[in-house]
Design a protein around this ligand. Structure first.
Ligand code: BGC
Length: 393
């Protein structure tokens, strides 16, 4: 941790130093720089400000999904607006590459690691390597599991994400016997369990009262009389997820949906309701259902407010998405990093259990988006520009 008092004009003159320390590049010795640029007496009386310096590294899971490209862009936007540059490493969906990235950053002298794990449990080794090097570990969006080497978790309220998806299905269903198709994220991602908990606990009473009938998971049918908790009932939930996982892969989602449609009879189709875990898989699943002539209509969920899915919503091909404002997540991650560099602790309002410890966090709220409020929530809020879309009123 380095906490250095310098003068504001001095900071501006040496923005390059800041650029390098936040980029994860080895920081030049700060003392050296200070010696080279002794402030003038005028500067001495100028605004005095405490400036935190230190080295922060960021590791994201994959460039193959728009979600993580969005996080990269939002990190760059936020850090550039603050006068910083940043190097963000991607793990290519490989725990080995992820660990290499972390070791690389440790070697470069980072003091805080912001990491979104590809595989929650496999990432424990990377987190422990960071902890051994006295690096603070901030788990970003996805929780690293099965280790005590996680200091803080920056996240959205993921139970609310699943609950919002399920509530949308409930709000759009009338009568009884509505066919329900369930899909989930990768079982290696802790979020998949939390999203499913949120969704299941809204859907389950509506399955019990006959509003919905599950069509594609015998494990879900076997558990349809009980509410489920992502921590206490992890194994049971894992049985369901194992049957309905998309692995967060569009192709897997499409193949799985097509397989379900192939075995389903025409009476299991008609007006269907589909819990899809995120936008990429939601579009793939929606396309598969749209192509089946026995499907009369479908309501399908998503999350992330990806540009392609917002267009799908405008076009009536996807029913809803859950907006998780990545700008907020990025701001929270940067605030956490700065808190650690200052020697303090980021604000926490609750904890998430990672199998070993309760990790402190401050989850951010999420917003349901559909055709009715897409203009207000996505365009008017400045989340995406109108120029990205066609067919907006
Ligand atoms: C994230 C989602 C994302 C999914 C697939 C989850 O952990 O929270 O926003 O769509 O991973 O990458």
């Amino acid at each position: 941790m380095k906490k250095i008092k310098i003068l504001l004009p001095f900071l501006i003159a040496f923005s390059l130093v800041t650029v390098m320390v936040l980029s994860g590049c080895p920081a030049p010795p700060v003392e050296e720089v200070i010696e080279e640029t002794t402030p003038t007496p005028e500067e001495e009386v100028a605004t005095e400000e405490e400036v935190v310096t230190g080295s922060v590294g960021i590791v994201l899971p994959s460039k193959d999904e728009p979600r993580w490209i969005q996080d990269e862009t939002r990190f760059n936007d936020a850090l550039e607006a603050a006068g910083y540059d940043v190097e963000i490493l991607f793990s290519e969906e490989s725990p080995a590459k992820e660990k290499d990235n972390v070791e690389d950053l440790i070697t470069k002298g980072i003091q805080v690691l912001i990491i979104c794990p590809h595989d929650a449990s496999a990432a424990a080794a990377a987190a422990e390597a960071a902890r051994d090097a006295d690096v603070k570990v901030v788990s970003y969006d996805r929780l690293i599991r099965d280790t005590d080497a996680v200091d803080y978790y920056v996240t959205f309220d993921s139970v609310s994400v699943g609950a919002a998806q399920a509530q949308y299905l409930v709000d759009n269903a009338t009568g009884t016997g509505n066919p329900l198709y369930l899909y989930a994220g990768a079982v290696t991602d802790n979020n998949s369990f939390i999203f499913f908990q949120g969704a299941w606990n809204v859907l389950q009473p509506k399955i019990a009262d006959g509003t919905f009938v599950i069509k594609n998971s015998s494990e879900a049918v076997a558990l349809q009389d009980m509410q489920l908790d992502a921590t206490a009932d992890r194994d049971k939930m894992g049985d369901i997820l194992g049957q309905i996982t998309t692995n967060w892969e569009f192709d897997d989602a499409k193949t799985l949906a097509e397989a379900h449609l192939t075995v389903a009879s025409a009476t299991d189709k008609g007006d269907v309701f589909i819990l899809a875990p995120n936008d990429g898989t939601g579009r793939a699943i929606a396309d598969a259902f749209a192509a089946d002539s026995d499907v009369t209509s479908y309501v399908v969920t998503g999350q992330d407010a990806e540009i392609a899915s917002v267009q799908y919503i405008i076009d009536g091909k996807q029913s809803m998405t859950v907006l998780k404002d990545v700008r907020t997540l990025v701001a929270d991650a940067i605030a956490a990093a700065i808190a650690y560099l200052e020697g303090s602790t980021p604000e926490a309002t609750t904890t998430y259990n990672n199998g070993v410890i309760d990790v402190p966090c401050k989850p951010s709220i999420v917003i349901t988006v559909d055709q009715d409020n897409v203009q207000e929530t996505i365009i008017d809020s400045g989340y995406w520009p109108a120029s990205e879309f066609t067919g907006l009123d």
